[in-house]
Design a protein around this ligand. Sequence first.
Ligand SMILES: Nc1nc2c(ncn2[C@@H]2O[C@H](COP(=O)(O)OP(=O)(O)OP(=O)(O)O)[C@@H](O)[C@H]2O)c(=O)[nH]1
Ligand SMILES: [Mg+2]
Length: 316
Amino acid sequence: MIRVTLVASTPQEAYKLAYQRYSNNFKLVSAKQIYNQKKGEISCEIVVAMSKKKFLDSNTLVEEIQTLFLDKGLSQEAFDTIVASLDIATLRDKELLVSQILQKIDSSLCIRDENIIDTRVKIFVGPTGVGKTTTIAKLASRYKSMIEDEKSIALINLDSFKVGAFEQLAHFAKLLNLQHFPINNLEEFEKVYNSLENYDIILIDTTGISPFDTQKLIKTVEYLGVDKSKNIEVNLVIATTVKYEDLQAIHKTFSFLNIDTIILSKFDETRHVGTIINYLLTHSLALSYFTIGQNFPEDIIVANKEYLLEKFIGEL
Ligand SMILES: Nc1nc2c(ncn2[C@@H]2O[C@H](COP(=O)(O)OP(=O)(O)OP(=O)(O)O)[C@@H](O)[C@H]2O)c(=O)[nH]1
Ligand SMILES: [Mg+2]
Protein backbone atom coordinates (compact mmCIF):
# COMPACT_ATOMS: atom_id res chain seq x y z
CA MET A 1 0.00 0.00 0.00
CA ILE A 2 1.06 3.57 -0.67
CA ARG A 3 0.50 6.35 1.86
CA VAL A 4 0.05 9.93 0.73
CA THR A 5 -0.12 12.99 2.99
CA LEU A 6 -2.33 15.89 1.95
CA VAL A 7 -2.62 19.27 3.61
CA ALA A 8 -5.50 21.76 3.31
CA SER A 9 -7.14 24.46 5.42
CA THR A 10 -9.93 22.24 6.72
CA PRO A 11 -10.50 18.47 7.03
CA GLN A 12 -13.26 18.77 4.41
CA GLU A 13 -10.90 20.54 1.95
CA ALA A 14 -8.18 17.90 2.51
CA TYR A 15 -10.65 15.10 1.91
CA LYS A 16 -11.97 16.86 -1.21
CA LEU A 17 -8.40 17.11 -2.52
CA ALA A 18 -7.85 13.40 -1.96
CA TYR A 19 -11.12 12.65 -3.74
CA GLN A 20 -10.18 14.89 -6.70
CA ARG A 21 -6.87 13.08 -7.09
CA TYR A 22 -7.74 9.51 -6.30
CA SER A 23 -11.51 9.34 -6.74
CA ASN A 24 -12.83 6.78 -4.25
CA ASN A 25 -9.81 4.50 -4.56
CA PHE A 26 -8.25 5.49 -1.22
CA LYS A 27 -8.78 4.80 2.46
CA LEU A 28 -8.43 7.48 5.11
CA VAL A 29 -5.67 6.46 7.53
CA SER A 30 -5.48 9.49 9.84
CA ALA A 31 -6.33 13.18 10.12
CA LYS A 32 -4.87 15.85 12.37
CA GLN A 33 -4.80 19.61 12.80
CA ILE A 34 -1.48 21.43 12.58
CA TYR A 35 -0.85 24.84 14.11
CA ASN A 36 1.69 27.00 12.26
CA GLN A 37 3.07 29.29 14.93
CA LYS A 38 4.88 31.60 12.51
CA LYS A 39 1.82 32.27 10.41
CA GLY A 40 -0.65 31.82 13.23
CA GLU A 41 -2.67 29.48 10.99
CA ILE A 42 -4.33 26.14 11.55
CA SER A 43 -4.29 23.60 8.74
CA CYS A 44 -5.38 20.04 8.40
CA GLU A 45 -3.20 17.10 7.42
CA ILE A 46 -4.73 13.84 6.31
CA VAL A 47 -3.02 10.59 5.38
CA VAL A 48 -4.69 8.38 2.80
CA ALA A 49 -3.66 4.91 1.62
CA MET A 50 -4.16 3.02 -1.65
CA SER A 51 -2.59 0.20 -3.69
CA LYS A 52 0.44 1.10 -5.84
CA LYS A 53 -1.55 0.34 -8.97
CA LYS A 54 -4.31 2.76 -7.98
CA PHE A 55 -1.72 5.35 -7.08
CA LEU A 56 -0.06 5.02 -10.50
CA ASP A 57 -3.40 5.10 -12.31
CA SER A 58 -4.23 8.41 -10.67
CA ASN A 59 -0.77 9.99 -10.76
CA THR A 60 -0.88 12.71 -13.38
CA LEU A 61 2.91 13.10 -13.38
CA VAL A 62 3.37 9.45 -14.30
CA GLU A 63 0.69 9.91 -16.95
CA GLU A 64 2.49 12.94 -18.38
CA ILE A 65 5.85 11.15 -18.47
CA GLN A 66 4.22 8.04 -19.88
CA THR A 67 2.86 10.06 -22.81
CA LEU A 68 6.34 11.45 -23.38
CA PHE A 69 8.02 8.03 -23.54
CA LEU A 70 5.22 6.30 -25.43
CA ASP A 71 5.30 9.04 -28.07
CA LYS A 72 8.99 8.28 -28.51
CA GLY A 73 8.31 4.65 -29.27
CA LEU A 74 8.67 2.95 -25.90
CA SER A 75 5.93 0.32 -25.45
CA GLN A 76 3.31 0.52 -22.71
CA GLU A 77 4.57 -2.82 -21.40
CA ALA A 78 8.18 -1.64 -21.14
CA PHE A 79 7.07 1.61 -19.48
CA ASP A 80 4.84 -0.19 -16.95
CA THR A 81 7.58 -2.66 -16.06
CA ILE A 82 10.05 0.14 -15.43
CA VAL A 83 7.62 2.30 -13.42
CA ALA A 84 6.51 -0.65 -11.27
CA SER A 85 10.09 -1.00 -10.08
CA LEU A 86 10.43 2.65 -8.96
CA ASP A 87 9.80 3.95 -5.47
CA ILE A 88 7.17 6.49 -4.51
CA ALA A 89 9.55 9.39 -4.01
CA THR A 90 10.69 8.94 -7.63
CA LEU A 91 7.12 8.81 -8.90
CA ARG A 92 6.43 12.25 -7.42
CA ASP A 93 9.44 14.07 -8.81
CA LYS A 94 9.52 14.83 -12.53
CA GLU A 95 13.29 15.09 -12.98
CA LEU A 96 13.98 12.07 -10.82
CA LEU A 97 11.32 10.06 -12.63
CA VAL A 98 12.73 10.81 -16.10
CA SER A 99 16.30 10.15 -15.01
CA GLN A 100 15.37 6.86 -13.30
CA ILE A 101 13.47 5.65 -16.37
CA LEU A 102 16.48 6.46 -18.53
CA GLN A 103 18.74 4.69 -16.08
CA LYS A 104 16.56 1.57 -16.18
CA ILE A 105 16.63 1.62 -19.99
CA ASP A 106 20.39 2.06 -19.87
CA SER A 107 20.88 -0.93 -17.60
CA SER A 108 18.57 -3.12 -19.71
CA LEU A 109 20.32 -2.37 -23.00
CA CYS A 110 22.96 -4.91 -24.08
CA ILE A 111 26.14 -4.15 -25.95
CA ARG A 112 28.18 -6.90 -27.57
CA ASP A 113 31.86 -6.31 -27.07
CA GLU A 114 33.87 -6.13 -30.25
CA ASN A 115 35.40 -9.55 -30.75
CA ILE A 116 37.26 -10.68 -33.84
CA ILE A 117 38.93 -13.71 -32.29
CA ASP A 118 36.06 -15.88 -31.03
CA THR A 119 33.75 -14.68 -33.77
CA ARG A 120 36.15 -14.52 -36.72
CA VAL A 121 33.44 -15.50 -39.20
CA LYS A 122 30.59 -13.03 -39.52
CA ILE A 123 27.60 -13.11 -41.83
CA PHE A 124 25.57 -9.95 -42.47
CA VAL A 125 21.87 -10.36 -43.09
CA GLY A 126 18.97 -7.96 -43.29
CA PRO A 127 16.37 -6.32 -45.48
CA THR A 128 17.30 -4.86 -48.87
CA GLY A 129 19.28 -1.66 -49.04
CA VAL A 130 19.99 -1.27 -45.32
CA GLY A 131 23.75 -0.99 -45.84
CA LYS A 132 25.03 -4.57 -45.43
CA THR A 133 27.67 -4.37 -48.15
CA THR A 134 28.98 -0.93 -47.16
CA THR A 135 29.07 -2.03 -43.51
CA ILE A 136 31.16 -5.07 -44.44
CA ALA A 137 33.60 -2.83 -46.33
CA LYS A 138 33.85 -0.41 -43.37
CA LEU A 139 34.41 -3.29 -40.94
CA ALA A 140 36.98 -4.96 -43.19
CA SER A 141 38.94 -1.72 -43.21
CA ARG A 142 38.63 -1.42 -39.41
CA TYR A 143 39.66 -5.03 -38.78
CA LYS A 144 42.66 -4.71 -41.10
CA SER A 145 44.22 -2.33 -38.61
CA MET A 146 43.42 -4.65 -35.71
CA ILE A 147 45.18 -7.81 -36.91
CA GLU A 148 48.81 -8.58 -37.58
CA ASP A 149 48.53 -10.03 -41.07
CA GLU A 150 46.27 -7.51 -42.70
CA LYS A 151 45.83 -9.72 -45.73
CA SER A 152 44.24 -12.44 -43.65
CA ILE A 153 40.71 -11.12 -44.17
CA ALA A 154 38.46 -12.68 -46.80
CA LEU A 155 35.21 -11.29 -48.15
CA ILE A 156 32.65 -13.81 -49.35
CA ASN A 157 29.65 -12.69 -51.34
CA LEU A 158 26.54 -14.90 -51.39
CA ASP A 159 24.50 -12.24 -53.23
CA SER A 160 24.25 -13.79 -56.67
CA PHE A 161 20.75 -12.32 -56.94
CA LYS A 162 21.23 -8.54 -57.21
CA VAL A 163 22.66 -7.26 -60.46
CA GLY A 164 26.02 -5.65 -59.72
CA ALA A 165 26.30 -7.06 -56.17
CA PHE A 166 29.49 -9.00 -56.92
CA GLU A 167 31.06 -5.94 -58.52
CA GLN A 168 30.10 -3.72 -55.55
CA LEU A 169 31.91 -5.87 -52.97
CA ALA A 170 34.75 -6.61 -55.42
CA HIS A 171 35.26 -2.85 -55.71
CA PHE A 172 35.69 -2.49 -51.94
CA ALA A 173 37.92 -5.61 -51.83
CA LYS A 174 40.14 -4.02 -54.45
CA LEU A 175 40.35 -0.73 -52.51
CA LEU A 176 41.30 -2.66 -49.39
CA ASN A 177 43.56 -5.10 -51.21
CA LEU A 178 41.64 -8.11 -49.87
CA GLN A 179 40.49 -11.39 -51.37
CA HIS A 180 36.89 -11.50 -52.57
CA PHE A 181 34.94 -14.67 -53.34
CA PRO A 182 31.69 -14.36 -55.32
CA ILE A 183 29.53 -17.45 -54.70
CA ASN A 184 26.78 -18.83 -56.92
CA ASN A 185 25.64 -21.95 -55.10
CA LEU A 186 25.99 -24.13 -52.00
CA GLU A 187 28.75 -26.32 -53.47
CA GLU A 188 30.88 -23.28 -54.29
CA PHE A 189 30.32 -21.89 -50.81
CA GLU A 190 31.25 -25.14 -49.08
CA LYS A 191 34.46 -25.38 -51.11
CA VAL A 192 35.51 -21.75 -50.53
CA TYR A 193 34.46 -21.71 -46.87
CA ASN A 194 36.46 -24.82 -46.06
CA SER A 195 39.49 -23.46 -47.90
CA LEU A 196 39.62 -20.33 -45.71
CA GLU A 197 40.30 -22.05 -42.38
CA ASN A 198 43.57 -20.22 -41.95
CA TYR A 199 42.13 -16.75 -42.46
CA ASP A 200 41.86 -14.57 -39.37
CA ILE A 201 38.59 -12.99 -40.39
CA ILE A 202 35.87 -13.93 -42.87
CA LEU A 203 33.04 -11.50 -43.64
CA ILE A 204 30.07 -12.84 -45.58
CA ASP A 205 27.68 -10.63 -47.54
CA THR A 206 24.16 -11.83 -48.38
CA THR A 207 21.23 -10.90 -50.59
CA GLY A 208 18.87 -8.37 -49.03
CA ILE A 209 15.71 -10.17 -47.96
CA SER A 210 12.26 -8.65 -47.78
CA PRO A 211 10.59 -9.88 -44.57
CA PHE A 212 7.97 -11.63 -46.72
CA ASP A 213 10.39 -13.44 -49.04
CA THR A 214 10.68 -16.93 -47.58
CA GLN A 215 12.52 -18.27 -50.66
CA LYS A 216 15.56 -16.08 -50.06
CA LEU A 217 15.43 -16.73 -46.34
CA ILE A 218 15.51 -20.50 -46.90
CA LYS A 219 18.52 -20.06 -49.18
CA THR A 220 20.38 -18.18 -46.46
CA VAL A 221 19.44 -20.87 -43.93
CA GLU A 222 20.95 -23.44 -46.33
CA TYR A 223 24.15 -21.44 -46.64
CA LEU A 224 24.42 -21.21 -42.84
CA GLY A 225 23.99 -24.99 -42.70
CA VAL A 226 27.35 -25.39 -44.46
CA ASP A 227 28.99 -24.26 -41.22
CA LYS A 228 28.55 -27.52 -39.28
CA SER A 229 30.36 -26.30 -36.18
CA LYS A 230 28.12 -23.21 -35.98
CA ASN A 231 30.99 -20.78 -35.89
CA ILE A 232 29.33 -18.07 -37.94
CA GLU A 233 28.18 -15.02 -36.01
CA VAL A 234 24.88 -13.74 -37.42
CA ASN A 235 24.78 -9.94 -37.67
CA LEU A 236 21.33 -8.53 -38.43
CA VAL A 237 21.65 -5.11 -40.05
CA ILE A 238 18.64 -2.86 -39.40
CA ALA A 239 18.17 0.70 -40.62
CA THR A 240 17.58 2.99 -37.64
CA THR A 241 14.84 4.66 -39.68
CA VAL A 242 12.70 1.50 -39.71
CA LYS A 243 9.02 1.75 -38.72
CA TYR A 244 7.75 -0.18 -35.67
CA GLU A 245 5.35 -2.36 -37.69
CA ASP A 246 8.07 -3.28 -40.20
CA LEU A 247 10.47 -4.07 -37.40
CA GLN A 248 8.10 -6.72 -36.06
CA ALA A 249 7.98 -8.40 -39.47
CA ILE A 250 11.77 -8.16 -39.87
CA HIS A 251 12.32 -9.72 -36.47
CA LYS A 252 9.86 -12.53 -37.15
CA THR A 253 11.64 -13.40 -40.38
CA PHE A 254 15.27 -13.03 -39.38
CA SER A 255 14.95 -14.69 -35.96
CA PHE A 256 14.96 -17.96 -37.98
CA LEU A 257 18.66 -17.33 -38.47
CA ASN A 258 19.39 -17.11 -34.73
CA ILE A 259 20.55 -13.53 -34.55
CA ASP A 260 23.70 -12.98 -32.48
CA THR A 261 23.90 -9.22 -32.71
CA ILE A 262 22.31 -6.13 -34.22
CA ILE A 263 24.04 -3.49 -36.32
CA LEU A 264 22.09 -0.24 -36.55
CA SER A 265 22.73 1.33 -39.91
CA LYS A 266 21.84 4.83 -41.16
CA PHE A 267 22.00 6.13 -37.59
CA ASP A 268 22.63 9.56 -39.11
CA GLU A 269 19.30 9.59 -40.93
CA THR A 270 16.96 9.93 -37.98
CA ARG A 271 16.53 11.57 -34.59
CA HIS A 272 13.99 8.99 -33.47
CA VAL A 273 15.42 5.93 -31.83
CA GLY A 274 12.60 5.03 -29.43
CA THR A 275 11.27 2.29 -31.71
CA ILE A 276 14.69 0.70 -31.92
CA ILE A 277 15.27 0.97 -28.16
CA ASN A 278 11.93 -0.67 -27.53
CA TYR A 279 12.80 -3.47 -29.95
CA LEU A 280 16.18 -4.12 -28.32
CA LEU A 281 14.63 -4.18 -24.85
CA THR A 282 11.75 -6.46 -25.85
CA HIS A 283 13.97 -9.07 -27.46
CA SER A 284 17.07 -8.61 -25.27
CA LEU A 285 19.25 -8.23 -28.33
CA ALA A 286 22.81 -6.97 -28.16
CA LEU A 287 24.03 -4.11 -30.29
CA SER A 288 27.47 -4.20 -31.88
CA TYR A 289 27.89 -1.22 -34.25
CA PHE A 290 26.24 1.96 -35.51
CA THR A 291 26.87 3.09 -39.05
CA ILE A 292 26.62 6.83 -39.20
CA GLY A 293 26.91 7.86 -42.83
CA GLN A 294 27.88 6.90 -46.35
CA ASN A 295 31.57 7.67 -46.04
CA PHE A 296 33.84 4.70 -46.45
CA PRO A 297 35.60 3.60 -44.30
CA GLU A 298 35.10 6.02 -41.41
CA ASP A 299 31.34 6.15 -40.89
CA ILE A 300 31.06 3.30 -38.41
CA ILE A 301 31.42 3.21 -34.63
CA VAL A 302 31.35 0.51 -32.00
CA ALA A 303 27.94 0.60 -30.35
CA ASN A 304 27.65 2.24 -26.97
CA LYS A 305 24.69 3.02 -24.77
CA GLU A 306 25.58 6.67 -24.21
CA TYR A 307 25.48 7.45 -27.92
CA LEU A 308 22.08 5.80 -28.30
CA LEU A 309 20.60 7.35 -25.16
CA GLU A 310 21.94 10.78 -26.02
CA LYS A 311 19.94 10.66 -29.21
CA PHE A 312 16.91 9.40 -27.31
CA ILE A 313 17.18 12.12 -24.66
CA GLY A 314 17.60 14.67 -27.41
CA GLU A 315 14.10 13.73 -28.44
CA LEU A 316 12.52 14.13 -25.02
N1 LIG B 1 23.04 7.79 -44.68
C1 LIG B 1 23.59 6.59 -44.63
N2 LIG B 1 23.60 5.83 -45.75
C2 LIG B 1 24.17 4.61 -45.69
C3 LIG B 1 24.72 4.09 -44.49
N3 LIG B 1 25.19 2.85 -44.76
C4 LIG B 1 24.91 2.62 -46.05
N4 LIG B 1 24.31 3.66 -46.62
C5 LIG B 1 23.85 3.80 -48.02
O1 LIG B 1 22.78 2.92 -48.26
C6 LIG B 1 22.76 2.50 -49.60
C7 LIG B 1 22.69 0.99 -49.67
O2 LIG B 1 23.89 0.45 -49.16
P1 LIG B 1 24.33 -1.05 -49.43
O3 LIG B 1 25.56 -1.31 -48.64
O4 LIG B 1 24.40 -1.33 -50.88
O5 LIG B 1 23.10 -1.81 -48.81
P2 LIG B 1 22.79 -3.37 -48.85
O6 LIG B 1 22.08 -3.72 -47.60
O7 LIG B 1 24.01 -4.14 -49.15
O8 LIG B 1 21.79 -3.45 -50.08
P3 LIG B 1 21.29 -4.76 -50.87
O9 LIG B 1 22.49 -5.59 -51.11
O10 LIG B 1 20.67 -4.21 -52.10
O11 LIG B 1 20.28 -5.44 -49.99
C8 LIG B 1 24.03 3.07 -50.21
O12 LIG B 1 23.71 4.26 -50.91
C9 LIG B 1 24.91 3.37 -49.02
O13 LIG B 1 25.86 4.40 -49.24
C10 LIG B 1 24.69 4.93 -43.31
O14 LIG B 1 25.14 4.58 -42.24
N5 LIG B 1 24.11 6.15 -43.46
MG1 LIG C 1 24.45 -5.55 -50.62
